[in-house]
Ligand binder design. Sequence first.
Ligand SMILES: [Zn+2]
Length: 507
Amino acid sequence: MPTIVIPTALRAYTDNQTSVKVEASTVGEAIQQLAERFPKLKPHLFNEQGRLRSFVNLYLGDEDVRHLQGLDTPLNEGDELVIVPSVAGGTATHVPTPGRHAPPGQSESPALSDWRHLIDDTRLQSVSLSQEEVLRYSRHLIMPEVTMEGQKRLKAARVLLVGAGGLGSPVAMYLAAAGVGTIGLVDFDNVDYTNLQRQILHFTSDVGRPKLQSAIEKIQAINPHVHVIPFETRLTSENALDILRDFDVIVDGTDNFPTRYLVNDACVLLGKPNVYGSIFRFEGQASVFWATHGPCYRCLYPEPPPPGLVPSCAEGGVLGILPGLIGLVQATETIKLILGKGEPLIGRLLLLDALAMRWRELKLRKDPNCPVCGENPTIRELIDYMEFCGLRGEEAPITTDELPSITPRELKERLERGEPLVILDVREPFELEISRLPNALHIPMGQVAERVHELNPADEIVVMCRSGGRSAQITRLLQAMGFRRVKNLAGGINAYAQEVDPSLPVY
Ligand SMILES: [Zn+2]
């Protein structure tokens, strides 16, 4: 029987099964069978019209089924069908409609030949190494793949890291140590306690400081020869082209879809290589998108999943070492691009399952119909990426205003007065071990719809989660199901801990 490999992001809908055996003779039959066996999974695979969603890719072996016979591709005994979805923190789920891509047999990597001249000779001649640098880089200089020329290329190179967080940390440290001459950093965040588990560029003593300050200090401590250019700003459609223009390689260390599409489109418009990495729980993806020589991110995932369908990294969590593993793939690819050596990850998507410690390599092809790098692109300038990702509404204050909510202080006062409130905690069971409110009814978010009979519409219900996002969705769901007296606990149990009950931990 063929097996379908389920990605982490979708395992919540398959009773945590990592793979499912099906009795099917084609890819279409297999996916249909999977959806029937796990009805909750169905909306994540198919849209309302019953077509496979555009952010779910299906691979048989290392080949995208769109390049085989689509849903009619035959399956044999022992075949493994892999679902590759898009995930914000570094993994994406998309299946463009069949027929969008080049038919099988068409050449897969046009003009891969001339990618090796990222640093031109004029710039190469303008740099030299001091005696201290020669000593520092001596283990590079004696390698035939690097030599003095390669080390000068590294020194002449300008690399931009978008994000100085989980992925940006190892990339920045290794690029600095390797002698990349100029490193640009885009980040506007401050270091938070929850960052320390994986963002190794930042230390406990940095909590509360701007990430850029912390990053510059560490990079210069590793290698004072590196010139760091900080951009303390959010990357936007207005500033992206100006920021990216002066760099040779862009490293995507973002954790959200709007910035990921923005980085991709800006790189395509400027003809720059985009060294991509993404992470979710214990799974990661990496590739090099360079439209001049191969596919871009949109060739893989033309559109983002609708908000809420795929959990974010903040909701889903991430294993602390994972950005290290994926970030080092990005750092390696960056250095190879600069040196002009080896075989870059252009046209290949690397998938890591750290739990199984298994890497897979999938083929990526340029999509001639890609909206940004295809033959007749419809995107010729940067667009509104919040709107493109369907996030405008979430940011607009009007939506939260409309949502009936209660502050932690109000809740505490009303509980102390003994008012008959039902507190509905929609977090996952393991989160209750971190912090909980007494007498709360616990129904994990994904089970609320089917267990709604446990709630009484006549009760006044306060929905709560960690920080207010999931509970807002459930508040809306319950409203839509006819509950009139439902409220969202603003800021979740973390805000409750910070504002009224310091004995509870914040996580
Ligand atoms: Zn493309």
